[in-house]
Design a binder for this molecule. Sequence first.
Ligand SMILES: *[C@@H]1O[C@H](CO)[C@@H](O)[C@H](O)[C@H]1NC(C)=O
Ligand SMILES: *[C@@H]1O[C@H](CO)[C@@H](O)[C@H](O)[C@H]1NC(C)=O
Ligand SMILES: *[C@@H]1O[C@H](CO)[C@@H](O)[C@H](O)[C@H]1NC(C)=O
Ligand SMILES: *[C@@H]1O[C@H](CO)[C@@H](O)[C@H](O)[C@H]1NC(C)=O
Ligand SMILES: *[C@@H]1O[C@H](CO)[C@@H](O)[C@H](O)[C@H]1NC(C)=O
Ligand SMILES: *[C@@H]1O[C@H](CO)[C@@H](O)[C@H](O)[C@H]1NC(C)=O
Length: 251
Amino acid sequence: MTAGSGCGWAAGVLGVVCLALQFDSISCDSQKMFGTVNGSVTFPISSSVPFTEIMWTKNRDKVLEWEAGSPIRVFPPFVDRVHLDTTSGSLTIFNLTASDEADYRLDSLSTGDTLFILKVIGPLPSPTLNCTLAAEDITVNCRIPESYEFTQYLNYSWNCFPALCKNGSNMSEVLIKKNNDLSQEIHCTVKSPLSKQTSSLVLATCVPDGAHSRYRFAIIPAVALVAGITFFLFKRGFPKCGRETESTDPS
Ligand SMILES: *[C@@H]1O[C@H](CO)[C@@H](O)[C@H](O)[C@H]1NC(C)=O
Ligand SMILES: *[C@@H]1O[C@H](CO)[C@@H](O)[C@H](O)[C@H]1NC(C)=O
Ligand SMILES: *[C@@H]1O[C@H](CO)[C@@H](O)[C@H](O)[C@H]1NC(C)=O
Ligand SMILES: *[C@@H]1O[C@H](CO)[C@@H](O)[C@H](O)[C@H]1NC(C)=O
Ligand SMILES: *[C@@H]1O[C@H](CO)[C@@H](O)[C@H](O)[C@H]1NC(C)=O
Ligand SMILES: *[C@@H]1O[C@H](CO)[C@@H](O)[C@H](O)[C@H]1NC(C)=O
């Protein structure tokens, strides 16, 4: 009975995993892989049984085939661009191009079919931070150059405490109250599935010189104090000055 309920539980979990994967891609045993243009990617296979034959296909076209005792036959456009580990069955593709983006399948009697869905993305550029000033807030924007066409895979994060930052309209934007300490730097990190890039901005550069609220609050009392002292000295000194002027004027 315990074994039965355990099985049911496991089947339930498997069902949920399969469902999640189906939403994400195609079938239960497919794996989404990412590679960078000009980089390489390895489709990992871990077979406990030694292979006697291997065939890898790209959207049903042969990439390579191998039989124990024979050399590996590689087909265009993969000649000189692939490596097959005949022990594990793993395939590595080098010098990736955008046209390598496809579904890759290992056909083997030893492991059954294994499917990989390859996405080839460009190298991630550095983001640019930009800010706009409104009445209450500074809006900081984290931008990836518009020429980068793989923005759907990107994820943004900020080094910002909730006390300082509010979420903007999307992940690439935050709002900062102007009355914060604007001498600090804010960092935006952009993450692709393969790498990440961080850029930063000093918040004080977002506000015009002199409009910095902290300084203004410090300057107003200082100016008032100087004005007060000047006025006090002037009032006390004026009669003395006047008398001296009188006494030094013989005519
Ligand atoms: C890929 O390599 C080629 C040749 O070395 C180069 O012209 C091209 O700019 C590279 N592309 C990227 C995205 O790095
Ligand atoms: C792959 O790129 C390397 C440099 O990254 C280059 O030396 C090599 O010639 C390229 N191979 C092919 C087949 O383009
Ligand atoms: C904000 O971006 C615009 C164009 O995208 C640029 O002209 C401007 O200099 C940037 N401002 C800052 C503070 O970086
Ligand atoms: C962004 O990254 C976090 C942590 O890696 C992850 O939990 C989240 O789902 C990602 N969001 C998107 C939209 O990719
Ligand atoms: C801001 O966004 C993050 C991630 O999207 C979320 O975890 C957090 O709850 C949001 N905060 C507010 C105040 O909406
Ligand atoms: C975030 O929103 C701003 C303005 O609302 C828009 O210009 C920008 O493209 C959006 N960025 C993303 C990653 O959706």
